[in-house]
Design a protein around this ligand. Structure first.
Ligand code: ZN
Length: 91
């Protein structure tokens, strides 16, 4: 009995993952989510150009040059070592 259960669980999981990936792509196509993301990225890039904050806006995360910790984009200093990031805001 256990020799049937384990392959069934593995096979069922693989089939479920494949079905989920196919349904995900159908949903993305139906609600045009990929097109929305592309448009939002274009809008984002053009807004960054307009405001002159392209570098600050484009990077949503940044790596600390001192300790290599990945920090959130809105954080101005490193959580681990306290390194202060320079953000160029041309006004
Ligand atoms: Zn750091």
């Amino acid at each position: 009995m256990p020799e049937i259960v384990v392959p069934t669980i593995i096979g069922g999981t693989l089939v479920a993952v494949c079905v989920m990936l196919i349904l995900r792509n159908i949903c993305y196509w139906y609600w045009r989510i990929n097109e929305r993301v592309l448009l939002l990225e274009k809008i984002h890039a053009q807004l960054a150009l307009l405001t002159g904050k392209s570098e600050a806006v484009e990077r949503t995360v940044w790596d600390c040059p001192k300790c290599q910790k990945r920090n959130d984009g809105v954080a101005t200093s490193c959580d681990r070592c306290g390194y202060r990031r320079m953000v160029q805001a041309k006004t």
